[in-house]
Design a protein around this ligand. Sequence first.
Ligand code: ZN
Length: 362
Amino acid sequence: MAYKICIDPGHGGIDSGAVGNGLKESQVVLPIALEVGEIVGKHGVDIVFTRKTDVFIELNERASIANNANVNYFISIHANSADSAGKGTETYAFGPGGQGEKLAGALQQSMISSGIATANRGVKFANFAVLRETKMPAALVETLFISNAGDAEILRNRKHDIAVAISKGVLNFLSIPFDSSVFNPQQPKPAVMYRVILDGVQVEALSYQDKAEAAVREAVDSGKAKAGKVQRNTDGVDLYFYPPAIDYEKELCRIIVNGKNLVALTGKTKCINWAKANYEGHVVIQCVKNNVVIAEFDNVNPAKPKLMYRVILDGVQVEALSDLVKAESAVREAVNSGKARSGKVQRNTDSADIYFYQLVKK
Ligand code: ZN
């Protein structure tokens, strides 16, 4: 499942945040935050913004946006202010010891290692509303000081680099490798081609889907291949099967446990559930129609008792054996020796009679 994060560009609208060196915090952090969302979003993370324009949003409303969207993490992006000497990057979490601190640490670390931070002011803790009111781990990065001439110059001219540094921190925290190809959207898209795949091996790729489908049919109908499919190259999606793909949920399937063919039921899921509930051991589910193994697993600790075969002579159970062959021969032996008139073998797990034996009078 994809991560979902909320990105919160600080301040906005009537709340300009810090002002200095010709910059307004609200307007500096917005493009940085939007680009962080774009970069991280291109790595498969769902992005929710608290604002995407220069509007004023209450602090508790920012937390509500994140809470209502059920995001995994919250990241607020700000610029700092102090006397003109203060400079560098610091990142806040609500308190120590949690994921919020780790997230803050990842953002701080990336700002340092990218060379954007003019000083490492470290990870700090603060009772900020957006850190307190958000239900998920949250961090607030104070990128650089708007009140410092050197920092302000970076905020003015290197917003992209700041956005990349924050994005790398987020991705690193999420253990998602950074992919620099997201910066080359202009790369020509590959032409859509349709792969002709016969018995699992691609033999050619054609520009037209209908021609690819015809090639698959021809190969199968002529006996050149047992089965084929057409696959789109751009996303690897299978578009066509010939012969048509079997829906195993509608097919009769064998349940084979420890090499013994026990029973056949309709539907793959039903067979899997049946085997898991009733049988212990190595389970193979096989489609009766094409003998394809559609599931295979080792089942231990089933809820039901171990599979046994009841030896029932003249309607009375005399023993239960784990080996079907031995149970059957026990029945035959009893009947052949005159100990019983008839006998049968019954499976304990579902009480199905699976073997009958009696002597036929001549
Ligand atoms: Zn701020």
